[in-house]
Design a protein. Structure first.
Length: 361
């Protein structure tokens, strides 16, 4: 019998401008869910009586509310797992907040709704009264702590390891569908295909080789995998962060940061000089309160994010990803004199000769 699995919601693939070169498309697919380095990701646990899902009561024509509130023991497991990821020294940090409007990640504990998370910055598209992550079973049971590490991996932008095209897995498809249709998952064929049998694009996956020990790998019971032969009797990852998991997180979110970001002054462009995947960080101290535009220039694909410094940490204000479009990313935001802002620019790829630059005006 298969264990309980993380179930990602089915989402449309990101749409990119037709006719992009393979290099540009690869960089965009691989990075579109990832945070800019230096982001402080805030998380919130639902805690109110009205926080929950309204579900129908079969045979009554009525409905009832199912709580999203988790016991402290459940929350503590998640807190510890956020800390374990952060203790790797990655350049993204996690801070718990008590106000859901301040949180990028909003976490519920609705039993029976499965365990799942949005992927990377996809959480920014979810309304502030809705969950971006859920835990559907008891995390304090031995062996279940890995569920929290797994969902936080999704929140960092990681995808399911067994769906890697480098895995070389040959499934017994009908056995997989039958197994997941029963307890404890009760998945439809569409959900099983999306979360298990569907192969990811090579540019989406966490690395260039399959890591069967990854925290993003499901365990599988005997009879579901036909090839590789050594996994016919089952696949049982340890439920901990593997060396490859750690390498991936540190590659996308390196811990090294400049001691102080360069200053971005209004109406003065600054050359970027970035290579693919590299990032530049700037501080903005507006001389007057008004609406400003922050934009990049040049033949490059990039993501630009503006943060406002509050209580000594950067709070996400606005972001724009040019997504391979012919135009460059620009952001309009109201900046207040006397406050400090940060602009972070991460380059996907430079697709023509010439210099890329950033400016605030």
């Amino acid at each position: 019998m298969t264990g309980r699995y993380c179930s990602l919601a089915q989402q449309s693939a990101p749409a990119f401008t037709p006719g992009l070169t393979a290099e540009r498309l690869s960089a965009l697919i691989g990075g579109h869910s990832m945070w800019v380095n230096g982001t402080v990701v805030h998380y919130y646990f639902f805690d109110g009586d009205t926080d929950g899902s309204v579900i129908p009561v079969p045979g009554t024509g009525q409905s009832r509310r199912v709580s999203w509130v988790g016991a402290k023991e459940q929350q503590d497991v998640v807190r510890e797992c956020f800390q374990e990821w952060q203790d790797l020294g990655i350049g993204v940090s996690f801070v718990e907040v008590g106000d859901r409007s301040e949180a990028e990640l909003r976490i519920g504990f609705q039993l029976g709704d499965g365990s799942w998370s949005t992927v990377g910055k996809g959480c920014l598209q979810v309304g502030q009264n809705d969950r971006t992550m859920n835990f559907g079973w008891d995390l304090t049971v031995p062996g279940e702590r890995g569920t929290a590490l797994h969902e936080i991996g999704h929140a960092l932008g990681m995808l399911h390891e067994h769906q890697s095209p480098f895995a070389g897995i040959h499934w017994d498809d009908e056995a997989v569908y039958a197994d997941l249709a029963g307890a404890p998952n009760f998945w439809s064929r569409d959900r099983t295909f999306f979360n298990i049998l569907r192969k990811l694009d090579a540019d989406e996956v966490n690395g260039s080789v399959w890591d069967p020990q990854s925290i993003m790998e499901y365990p599988f019971s005997s009879g579901l995998i036909l090839e590789p032969e050594q996994f016919r009797a089952g696949l049982n990852p340890p439920g901990t962060l593997s060396p490859a998991d750690k390498e991936f997180a540190l590659r996308w979110y390196p811990s090294a940061r400049p001691p102080r970001p360069s200053t971005l002054e209004p109406f003065r462009s600054v050359p970027l000089g970035l290579g693919p995947g590299e990032q530049a960080d700037f501080a903005v101290e507006p001389p007057e309160t008004r609406d400003y535009t922050v934009g990049v220039f040049g033949a490059g694909d990039s993501v630009v994010v503006v943060f406002e410094e509050r209580d000594g940490e950067p709070r996400y204000l606005a972001g724009r990803d040019d997504g391979g479009a012919p135009h460059n990313a620009t952001i309009k935001a109201r900046l207040v004199k006397g406050r400090r802002y940060f602009v972070r620019v991460r380059l996907y790829s430079a697709w023509d000769s010439g210099e890329t630059a950033v400016m605030c005006w």
